[in-house]
Ligand binder design. Structure first.
Ligand code: S3P
Length: 432
């Protein structure tokens, strides 16, 4: 195990390609006639499953050295697949692709692994049924998704009551082959990569926001244009090493080419409020996405933080690693409103709580709020971490070895390949 309580983080770091953007760029370039090129695509299991799904639906995708070349087909032109489509562990994959398929006149069965087979799908399919798709779910809630799409989707106004980019993006992808205007009202805290990409590809999309909501209007009267897209670094993956650097005074980490979209970097603000010394430099816009470099130069210990429910979607995937950070920050941290965390790759709220106990950290769950009693004393460690093959739980508790007297035991680390296959390589390059 390379990490222990004497470890600090030092060096220059290029995070892997962003997972959310990688899914979306494969799907959207697959809907453009002509040849698009994708650089720095995240080659993790989740994304590769979306790539395979697009191929099964008739899109040609070839790898040329490190790049991927996509020869798309027009919206509405998906082929009838010859077999079941397997999304493995990926909620983003199955939900976004359900949306895309729902407005195509084909019949599919979408399946996933044991974790995905327990995740709610009706939050997406309830909207897709309204446009005319016929959908059956296991127990009316879970995958497999048996979906018969429609070639004549009804243009509607949608209101989304859960802050979820997956629900929104599924509806947006169904709109690619829907005649007329579709309108979506959703919470503006959800990630907006689908919108940004569609704008970059010349689509007719208008967006307005007020203090709480985002209003999206889409019309499919302009063709999507092909694009050469360079996928920026994933802040949700970089969060593990950035947090690790903030945890240990003496660390110095330079992060290059990281996505800095405001819907994704809530955790950076949180770390800064806790006393993390992070400088954000070289901000630039590429394909309507903000990209930046970061310098983390940690000199002192961290203090506790209170996160309100409205801030949670901005760092939903980073709550597991932030809970490790809070364990070592002086004082009581409270993360309020974590209900969505219970329906991720695992019940993350419960697993965080159980594993914190194992490493010697007191935490309490009250309703859906998580209270963590932090201090700078080293934690006991030696816990056998229960990760249920959830990649982010595993990586977070791997980092917890930096604040524990003894290493925690983590069996079967293969699930990092879901989102971050090079996690252990990067750790050994940057650990000192
Ligand atoms: C994602 C959206 C989020 C996030 C997930 C990726 C996306 O899920 O947790 O890891 O790429 O759209 P929800 O939309 O369910 O909040």
């Amino acid at each position: 195990m390379p990490l222990n309580n004497k470890s600090i983080i030092k060096g220059t770091y290029l995070p892997p390609g962003d997972k959310s953007i990688s899914h979306r760029i494969l799907i959207l370039t697959g809907q453009v006639i002509g040849q698009s090129k994708i650089k720095n695509l995240l080659q993790s299991e989740d994304v590769i499953n979306t790539l395979k799904a697009m191929k099964l639906l008739g899109v040609q995708i070839i790898q040329k050295n490190k790049d991927f070349i996509v020869f798309g087909i027009p919206p509405g032109g998906l082929f009838q697949p010859k077999k079941v489509i397997d999304f493995g562990n990926s909620g983003t994959g199955i939900r976004l692709m359900s949306g895309l398929i729902s407005s195509n006149n084909i019949e599919v069965k979408l399946v996933g692994d044991s974790s995905l087979s327990k995740r709610p799908m009706r939050r997406v399919t309830q909207h897709l049924s309204k446009i005319g798709a016929k959908i059956k779910l296991k127990k009316n809630l879970y995958p497999p998704v048996k979906l018969k799409g429609t070639g004549s989707a009804v243009p509607l106004n949608f209101e989304i009551h859960i802050p979820s980019a997956q629900i929104k993006s599924a509806i947006m992808l169904s709109a690619l082959n829907t005649k007329g205007t579709i309108r979506i009202k959703e919470f503006k805290t959800t990630r907006d990569h689908t919108e940004n990409m569609l704008k970059s590809m010349g689509y007719n999309i208008k967006i307005k926001e007020n203090s709480i909501h985002r209003f999206i209007e889409m019309k499919n009267n302009k063709e999507l244009k092909k694009i050469n897209y360079n996928v920026p670094g994933d802040p949700s993956s970089a969060a593990f090493l950035i947090s690790a650097a903030c945890l240990k005074p003496g660390s110095k980490l330079k992060v290059k080419n990281m996505l800095f979209n405001k819907t994704r970097v809530g955790f950076i603000k949180t770390l800064m409020l806790m006393g993390g010394n992070i400088k954000v430099i070289n901000k630039r816009m590429v394909h309507n996405e903000l990209i930046a470099d970061l310098v983390v130069e940690q000199k002192k210990n961290l203090k506790s933080i209170i996160l309100e429910p409205k801030n949670i979607p901005l760092q939903i995937d980073e709550i597991p690693i932030l809970s490790i950070v809070a364990s070592f920050a002086n004082g009581l941290s409270i993360f309020r409103g974590l209900k969505e965390l219970t329906v991720k790759e695992s019940n993350r709220l419960l697993l965080i709580h159980e594993n914190l106990k194992k490493i010697g950290v007191k935490s309490i769950i009250k309703n859906y709020d998580l209270h963590i009693y932090g201090n700078y004393n080293l934690k006991k460690g030696s816990g056998i971490i229960k990760h249920n093959d959830d990649h982010r739980i595993l990586m977070s508790f791997f980092i917890s070895n930096m604040i524990c007297k003894k290493n925690n035991i983590i069996k079967d680390k293969t699930c990092v390949k879901t989102s971050y296959p090079s996690f252990f390589k990067h750790i050994s390059q940057l650990i000192h």
